[in-house]
Every structure is written in C-alpha cells, then in structure tokens.
Write a protein that binds this ligand. Structure first.
Ligand code: GDP
Ligand code: MG
Length: 276
C-alpha cells in the first residue's frame, strides 16, 4: 500500500476541525440516543482523580447507560471509589479483577459481563481519563444504526490530537501505517480505544481466543472484526491527552504489540497462500 498524495499532505498536520464539527453535531442526536439500551465498559488502573467525574459525565449525556468499570485492583483506591458509586446507583457495575492486570484482560472480562448480565444492544469501550469525550456518545449511536462497529479515529483527515508533541504523532502515525500494511486491518486508527459495537458483533467474536493482555488488544479485536467481515465506520474524534493521573504505557506493552503484529501478518500470509 503506497501513501496517497492526500495522505502525505495530512500526514502530520494537526487538524481538529472535522472532529470538532462532529462533537458539536453530536448533541443533535441526543433525542434518538436516549431510548437506546447501551453499556459503556471502562477499564481503570489508578484513576482516582477521574473515575467519579467520568461516570457523572457519561450519565449526564445518557442517563440510561449501564457503566461497567473494570478495575485491576488499583493501588490508589479507584476500586473503592467505584464500589461506593455502584452501591448508590444500579446502573454502575464494578468488576474487581485480581491476578495479572492489563487493559485487554479487563476489556474481555467487561464484555463478557455485559453479554451475560445486561441487555445492552450497543456496547462502548472508552478510557477513564477524558481523552475520549462522552459528548461524542450520541453521534456514535447515530452511526451504529447502519454499521456493526463505529470506531473513533484520531487520524481521519488530519491529526485530531490535542496537547501532544509532534514526535509522538510521527511515531503513532508511522506505527499505524505499518500495522495496516502487515495485517490488512485498514483502519486509520488501529490502536484507538473509543469504539461502539453492536451486541451481535461482540457475540460473534470468540473473546476466549483473544490473547493480548495489554493495549495490543485494540489491534487484535480490530483484526477479529475485519476477519468476520463486519461493517465498520470510522468517525473523527478529538483526542485530548489526559490532565489527571498518568499513562500506563510501557515497553512491555509495546513489545506485546510488535509481537502481535508479526503473528497476525504471518497468519494473513498463510491464509492468502491457502487461497492460491
Ligand atoms: N483495568 C485496567 N485498566 C487499565 C490498565 N492499563 C490502562 N488501563 C486503563 O485504560 C485506559 C487507557 O489507559 P492510558 O494509560 O490512559 O493509556 P494512554 O492514553 O495510551 O496513555 C485508562 O482508563 C486506564 O486507566 C490495566 O492494566 N488494567
Ligand atoms: Mg489515556
């Protein structure tokens, strides 16, 4: 896959106008979003300064939403705060994970919980740190009516990331390009974590087969969705770097991502040669 001319133009340009336009538009879909049955799954690790605020912000937009917090026994007491909130509101659910921690492991437990215990038709994944603005939820729900997955993208028509250095954008965009070439996922944001799934799509994915424990989960689930041939719509989102707490990105997480991409590309080559 060669870089197209327009892609080169927009490769590093920060352009938040499309994402901001969508954010403003999202409010128009509030009325159609409110009767829908939805669940929002949020993995947390040391988010004591964000947890209460993010739950309130989601409930303000969509008061009917079930919110599933999947906490990995956070040392800062995030789980204790979430416990208190869930005892006061039956829409807030808390999964206390024990043992090995990881964003991927948390999402798998969260999705299984929703499928087994809640009647949500639309299931979101999003971060606790306000990098994903809950005001976007109605517009995701608008688009999901015609697709099986709606994925928020930071790299659709320019880079819509606030407060991030140029070099991090270079690394992110280059990584995404390689992942797409090697795995054939073909999304502008393969590691994005703001997504809305139709329930039927999540039911079709064999969650027990997903092996990524960390952030590589986002690539692996995107690959699984593509393999099923599900319909995907990407929409531009404004991604703001967190202002409270710290990122949990680590070398181990990056290495797991590289290993996964190599594995998926081999798998893809094997499938392609079988077809010949
Ligand atoms: N349960 C759980 N959540 C995690 C873990 N690592 C990160 N998270 C959560 O995943 C979301 C994204 O993580 P973050 O550190 O902000 O990633 P970044 O935005 O890429 O720097 C946040 O809500 C984190 O609290 C983990 O090991 N376990
Ligand atoms: Mg973050």
């Amino acid at each position: 896959m060669l870089l197209q001319k327009s892609e080169i133009c927009f490769y590093l340009l920060t352009d938040t106008s499309e994402a901001e336009k969508l954010l403003a538009e999202s409010n128009n879909y509030l009325r159609e979003a409110r009767p829908l049955k939805i669940a929002v799954v949020i993995p947390t690790y040391n988010e004591k300064d964000n947890i209460k605020k993010i739950i309130s912000a989601i409930s303000e937009v969509l008061p009917q939403a079930d919110i599933v917090i999947v906490d990995d026994n956070s040392p800062d007491g995030t789980g204790i705060i979430a416990d208190r909130l869930s005892s006061q509101n039956s829409c807030i659910h808390l999964i206390h994970r024990r043992g090995e921690r990881g964003l991927g492991l948390a999402y798998i437990d969260g999705f299984k919980f929703v499928l087994n215990n809640l009647d949500a038709d639309y299931i979101f994944e999003m971060d606790a740190d306000f990098s994903h603005n809950p005001q976007y939820l109605p517009i995701f729900l608008h688009y999901i009516q015609n697709y099986e997955l709606v994925s928020g993208s930071r790299f659709l028509r320019g880079v819509s990331i606030k407060n991030r250095s140029l070099w991090r954008n270079i690394i992110s965009k280059t990584t995404k390009w390689f992942v797409n070439v090697l795995t054939g996922i073909k999304l502008t944001d393969v590691t994005g974590g703001f997504k809305c799934f139709r329930r039927r799509l999540l039911e079709k994915i064999n969650l027990d087969k997903i092996e990524s424990k960390g952030y590589a989960f986002q690539i692996e689930i995107s690959y699984a969705v593509r393999s099923i041939g599900a319909s995907i719509r990407e929409i531009p989102i404004l991604f703001a770097e967190r202002t409270a707490g710290a990122s949990k990105m680590s070398t181990r997480i990056i290495l797991e991502g590289i290993w996964l991409v190599l594995k998926l590309s081999l798998q893809r080559i094997r499938q392609m040669t079988k077809l010949l």
